[in-house]
Design a protein around this ligand. Structure first.
Ligand code: B1M
Length: 213
């Protein structure tokens, strides 16, 4: 059983999507519990990928390839997790703010968060404050994530936060922000709960916001 899980772990770290699919299916056929596959296989492997990125061993392309391999495994596991009512560690509504069409970084953040055990509701790009609010009311997230890549659209993060306050929903969730022009200083100034400079740290900070190590 440990060999099967180790195989999944290695396939994710190596970015081998077809290997992940085959090994997950083999493990399921051998009766390995889905929670073990998720926690010791996919999530543990993505944690390792995050560490390799922080140590400078992996760069964005390697991280993307591993994240896609992890997601190919999630395609198989997701319906089983729903069926068995296995809860994610939290729900994240995420989007790139109004006026901004950049989504490569935001997608990578979503994948790393999913790899860390979060359920993701991805609103895409050019997300107006009203659309964030609608998603908050529908999905009741634990965390709202906002990404901005342009100095001109970064200000829409603050506008969206103020819109949440005007609509009296701001206290129901934590807010994490990021993107090339975004800094910890800016996050502090506008009252965001968390900032991450990259996708790996976004997973660490989000878990911290949920009070999970
Ligand atoms: Co645009 N663009 N772009 N672009 N683009 C930049 C951002 C720019 C720096 C290029 C430059 O001039 N050197 C510049 C911004 C300048 C500024 O504002 N300071 C720029 C510009 C000006 C523009 C246009 C205005 C160009 C034009 O039309 N005149 C235009 C704007 C369109 C719009 O959004 N309305 C535009 C368009 C585009 C494309 C559509 C062609 C394309 C986007 C494709 C896509 O995303 N689907 C594009 C691209 C690809 C880039 C560059 C080259 C790469 C961005 C990227 O994907 N990086 C970029 C230059 C650069 O960064 N070298 C540039 C890789 C990605 C993994 O990193 O997105 O930083 P990044 O995400 C990181 C972190 O920031 C962090 O984690 C991620 C992963 O580690 N992070 C978060 C991101 N979101 C987070 C959220 C979090 C936490 C962390 O919590 C929720």
């Amino acid at each position: 059983m440990e060999d099967l899980i180790q195989g999944i772990y290695t396939a994710v770290v190596n970015g081998n999507a077809s290997g992940v699919k085959q090994k997950i299916q083999a493990a399921l056929d051998n009766g390995v519990p889905v929670e073990e596959l998720l926690n010791k296989g996919l999530i543990a492997a993505m944690k390792e990928v995050g560490q390799l990125f922080e140590e400078g061993e992996y760069f964005v392309p390697e991280m993307l390839i591993s994240a896609r391999a992890m997601q190919s495994g999630m395609v198989i596991l997701r319906p089983i997790l729903v069926e068995q009512d296995i809860k994610p560690i939290g729900k994240v509504v995420i989007g790139t703010v109004k006026g901004d069409l950049h989504d490569i970084g935001k997608n990578l953040v979503s994948m790393m968060l999913e790899g860390a055990g979060f359920q993701i509701v991805d609103l895409g790009t050019d997300v107006a404050p009203e659309k964030f609010l609608e998603a908050i009311n529908t999905h009741q997230p634990d965390i709202v994530g906002m990404s901005a890549l342009l100095t001109t659209t970064m200000t829409n993060i603050e506008k969206t936060l103020r819109y949440f306050e005007e609509n009296e929903v701001r206290n129901g969730f934590k807010v994490i922000i990021g993107g090339a022009p975004v800094t910890q200083k800016y996050a502090d100034e506008i009252g965001a709960d968390g900032f991450a400079p990259d996708a790996s740290q976004a997973a660490v900070v989000s878990k911290h916001l949920m009070g999970v190590a």
